[in-house]
Design a protein around this ligand. Structure first.
Ligand SMILES: *[C@@H]1O[C@H](CO)[C@@H](O)[C@H](O)[C@H]1NC(C)=O
Ligand SMILES: *[C@@H]1O[C@H](CO)[C@@H](O)[C@H](O)[C@H]1NC(C)=O
Ligand SMILES: *[C@@H]1O[C@H](CO)[C@@H](O)[C@H](O)[C@H]1NC(C)=O
Ligand SMILES: *[C@@H]1O[C@H](CO)[C@@H](O)[C@H](O)[C@H]1NC(C)=O
Ligand SMILES: *[C@@H]1O[C@H](CO)[C@@H](O)[C@H](O)[C@H]1NC(C)=O
Ligand SMILES: *[C@@H]1O[C@H](CO)[C@@H](O)[C@H](O)[C@H]1NC(C)=O
Ligand SMILES: *[C@@H]1O[C@H](CO)[C@@H](O)[C@H](O)[C@H]1NC(C)=O
Ligand SMILES: *[C@@H]1O[C@H](CO)[C@@H](O)[C@H](O)[C@H]1NC(C)=O
Ligand SMILES: *[C@@H]1O[C@H](CO)[C@@H](O)[C@H](O)[C@H]1NC(C)=O
Ligand SMILES: *[C@@H]1O[C@H](CO)[C@@H](O)[C@H](O)[C@H]1NC(C)=O
Length: 561
């Protein structure tokens, strides 16, 4: 069955490959960095070493640890597979040995609160979390506003409490006309600390964040026009963009306490007779808009005006998101098979490169991307993937993590706390999610790359560590086609005089900046792989699954040549 899918998608992409802006291969560079030798001596009966020198270069996606055999590379130590919800590695039995772990994510649900009483069939459309004022606002497709109280106790074991208030406020009272079902979204500007906009097909209303649901303070915003299909909202700094379906995309600016309408990108501007703008995203100086029928259009924003940078023609588009120049775009074949492309944009040459393609059994609905990970929202299965790594550098299309939520996820957003909780080897952040009938809070642990060792007294062993990183130290050019390969020798002597404290745990963070950097340009096509964050027991199953990505990727590659 996958063969059929792959065939279809392949023929699809061949159709699209006539586009001149699409490049089919791109030179790739590996810069080699040799680190100074590190030497550790212990006299305790047992020593744990956590080598965190990679903390300064947290983008390491692959680590190989070799036991040295005299002067030569010895046996490679297998990296354990890490699952999203498994205990951290201390539980793993390490016997006089070291193990290397690349950067990897872990996601745990820590709270789930029911929103509905069973008799009601309410469809929630958006969530606004305001931990600073201990509030969550919710919107329904019938323009009902609801509120929950969000309490966060930052103790050693952070505690969360969410209480949904037993009243709601109907925004219908704010409008003269009859209100049909509508999409409704929140939009907040940095330069307005007190209010957020509530946007729907019927226009905009400002909500005072400090007011309570029993008596919300609301002000009409006359500048936002009525729309037939408000599909998506995106805010960046003072700009606001609305995806208004057939009408196009509208751009606004909030300045001097006033919302100002700037422009509309309509079908004419896209040289099409009819369009349906289903999604968009604003970032610094860039507006990307997705037309369901003709693909993605990327505009530069210059002096409140837009100018086309690049268009990516794909039919039957579903969703997209991007982080800088890495785009994820979901589209479907005429047979309704959805596929997701990871695309690198090269703004300077106005070209784009399709890096990877995913096909899975679930229907994609939305994508949320940050610098390292993308969260793919499906009907009932959701994926956390690692992105931004050039295909040529990946051993396999792994780094896929599946999670299952009980009911349909609608929104998944980063919960902005006063600070993220950061320890030496893990950064913890929180996400809040809204699904059909409940609110969820997830803890997202992003583990920094680390080498962990455990030794009994009387052991000496030398190791070579090789790590690949998607960013290079001292190499500011953030090219998506470059990586660093870091090599380091370490000597561990669990017999010598005690140098460190005699605690069983030694967490050693070593600075990297004195490194000698030798630039070597390699051109290697390498496709071995390592799955991240999956239970060992599920490995076999996963390997099966991954075959289809691999095969698809191969198809894609061969088409490219
Ligand atoms: C790093 O990248 C190089 C070049 O693509 C590859 O040969 C190597 O296997 C990768 N992994 C490690 C851990 O070095
Ligand atoms: C480990 O490396 C050190 C320093 O390079 C060297 O003196 C020692 O002989 C090596 N030991 C083994 C077992 O290879
Ligand atoms: C955030 O910081 C402010 C002031 O420092 C404090 O009043 C507030 O309670 C903090 N909020 C959270 C969620 O920690
Ligand atoms: C936070 O939790 C700690 C430990 O459970 C408790 O002692 C403290 O009173 C809590 N603080 C608040 C403000 O609830
Ligand atoms: C919520 O309000 C309704 C009607 O106002 C009432 O019947 C119900 O008992 C309330 N529920 C709770 C948990 O207070
Ligand atoms: C609401 O529904 C009525 C009747 O179906 C329709 O005439 C009207 O155009 C709709 N209004 C909007 C804003 O969609
Ligand atoms: C529409 O056509 C004009 C003239 O050929 C061209 O300059 C412009 O870039 C096109 N716009 C898009 C979105 O393709
Ligand atoms: C990497 O670059 C080399 C030389 O330009 C090329 O032969 C190789 O195919 C490239 N690898 C990939 C994955 O594009
Ligand atoms: C790397 O950057 C650091 C800090 O900017 C500098 O001290 C060091 O000399 C640089 N190394 C190389 C090889 O350029
Ligand atoms: C992925 O890795 C596995 C195990 O190393 C290998 O058997 C498989 O052929 C790889 N797939 C691709 C597409 O390279």
């Amino acid at each position: 069955m996958y063969i059929i899918q792959i065939g279809l998608i392949a023929s699809f992409l061949i159709g699209n490959s006539l586009q001149t802006n699409r490049i089919r291969s791109h030179p790739n560079y590996t810069y080699s960095v040799n680190e100074e030798l590190l030497s550790f001596k212990f006299a305790t009966s047992e020593a744990h070493v956590k080598l965190l020198r990679f903390k300064i270069n947290p983008t390491i996606y692959d680590i190989d640890v070799f036991r040295n055999d005299g002067d030569t590379l010895g046996e490679q130590i297998e990296t354990p597979f890490l699952s999203l919800d498994n205990q951290y590695l201390d539980e793993q039995q390490l016997d006089n040995d070291c193990v290397g772990l690349p950067k990897h994510p872990k996601l745990n649900e820590i709270l789930s609160v029911n929103l509905l009483d069973n008799t009601l069939d309410i469809y929630y459309t958006d969530i606004l979390s305001l931990p600073q004022v201990e509030k969550i606002f919710l919107l329904t497709d019938e323009l009902e506003l609801r509120q929950a109280i969000l309490k966060y106790n930052q103790t050693q074991q952070p505690q969360w409490k969410v209480e949904v208030k037993n009243t709601s406020f109907s925004l219908k009272t704010q409008y003269q006309q009859q209100i049909n079902y509508t999409n409704a979204y929140f939009a907040c500007f940095n330069n307005n600390q007190d209010q957020c906009l509530i946007l729907s097909n019927y226009g905009g209303i400002w909500l005072d964040k400090n007011s309570e649901i029993e008596q919300p303070i609301l002000t009409a915003e006359p500048v936002v026009k009525e729309s037939k299909d408000l599909n998506k909202v995106s805010v960046f700094e003072q700009y606001l963009a609305l995806a208004n379906g057939n009408a196009g995309a509208d751009l606004y600016r909030y300045q001097d306490n006033k919302l100002q309408y700037l422009l509309r990108i309509s079908s004419k501007d896209l040289n099409q007779t009819s369009i349906n703008i289903i999604s968009l995203k604003l970032t610094k100086n860039r507006l990307s808009i997705l037309d369901e029928h003709t693909g993605l259009y990327i505009f530069d924003i210059i002096d409140s005006q837009v100018s086309l940078l690049l268009s990516l023609p794909y039919q039957r588009c579903v969703a997209f998101d991007h982080s800088d120049n890495t785009y994820l775009l979901v589209a479907e074949t005429p047979n309704n098979i959805e596929y997701m492309m990871e695309i690198f944009i090269l703004p300077l040459t106005k070209e784009y490169y399709i890096n990877r393609i995913y096909v899975d059994d679930f229907s994609f609905r939305d994508i949320q991307i940050d610098d390292d990970y993308a969260i793919i929202i499906g009907e009932d299965v959701h994926l956390v993937i690692r992105h931004s790594i050039f295909n040529g550098f990946m051993k396999n299309n792994t780094d896929l993590v599946k999670t299952f939520f009980e009911d349909e996820l609608i929104r998944f957003e980063y919960l902005e706390l006063n600070q993220t909780i950061q320890t030496q080897y893990v950064e913890t952040s929180y996400y809040i999610g809204l699904s059909k009938g409940s609110l969820h809070i997830w803890r997202f642990n992003d583990f920094n790359p680390v080498v962990i060792c455990r030794f009994q007294y009387g052991t000496t062993q030398n190791y070579t560590i090789r790590a690949n990183s998607s960013k290079c130290e001292n190499h500011t050019n953030q090219d998506l086609f470059e990586q660093c390969q870091i090599t380091q020798q370490i000597v561990i002597q669990a017999s010598g005089p005690l140098l460190e404290s005699d605690s069983n745990y030694l967490i050693i963070g070593v600075c990297v900046s004195a490194a000698i950097i030798i630039l070597v340009i390699l051109g290697l096509l390498c496709r071995k792989g390592r799955a991240l964050a999956k239970k060992i027991q599920e490995l076999k199953k996963q390997a099966e699954e991954l075959k289809k990505y691999g095969a698809l990727e191969a198809e894609q590659q061969s088409m490219g040549h």
